[in-house]
Design a protein. Sequence first.
Length: 349
Amino acid sequence: MTAGQDAREAQWLKWRSVADLYHAFFTGLILSVVTRRGTADAAEFVFRVFRRQQQERFLPGLVKLGIDHLPPAVAAAQYHYLSNWIGGVHVEYMYENDRKAWIRYPPPRWIWRGTAICGVPGEVSRAMLRGWHANNGAALGDLRLGFVCTKQSVDGQDGLEGYYCEYDHPLELDQRLVFARHLEAPQFDPATAPALPVDSWPRPRLEKAYRNYAMEYVKTAAPVMVQVFGPEDAGYLLHLTGKLIGMQYFDEIARTFMVDRGGAKAFVDFLRVLFESQDDVIEISESSGSFEVRQKTWKLMDDVSDHSPACSKVLEGLFEGLAAGCGRHIPVHLKPTRGGKPPFVWSIG
């Protein structure tokens, strides 16, 4: 392997670590709502997150993946297969006919990573299906398309699965997601599954898409949380979740970043790699053992039209938690900002 290849592989590993951090933040955020606000609020939050993602990404995604010409049931199922595969999700696709195609998420479930699955009520998982899967027909302009869920992993079944079905008649709102627990998906055959064209999806694009897949969940979730719960309550939950996740994940991320535990300097070294790995621009200055990190961009929220100042609590919480994981008594302070938007000025140490 050449030096250039080594550098690319190292960069891709850092991108994957960023993906792990944001993935954990999103899962943790749902658990924070479940445990601190209850199942009903968590289900409403998850519904809003997935409906917003569906409305923003489903139709453009069909075009990007080159499957917008397929029959509605097949296009919807292939979209979930290919887009989730890009994000590193365990997923299966089984074609039955042009009006019926299956999608299955076998264990382990990506979204409920590790032991988190034990804290997710069935109502919250159903809200995800209501938010996205049940609305694909409406998005395509074909109200005959619905989703039939046959299993839910959070209910103790061996995966989340179901099929898109094109009926002979338009479906009412409450008919677009139904449950048929007596049915089971056919076996998955990787040889017959759709694949991305290699020429338009080379590895560098796939690696960046893998990173962006996890980050997009936080990009969607933060403004939704503010809209649903209000700035004060949302800011509290975003900050608390970020701090908890940062503390838990520092060691894992730092190994890839090749940064050791230590004091303020070690943490600033960590932040330098983190910002670079999420495509943000910073300037760092030092004075008498204290550091100032001027964050010029926050690309994650660049194009979010309803971005609230409370959304910056994502970064405050994460950085405080990551600092605590790096070493004891590393103060992290964000100076007041204009509307919660960059530039952000962080004082550390």
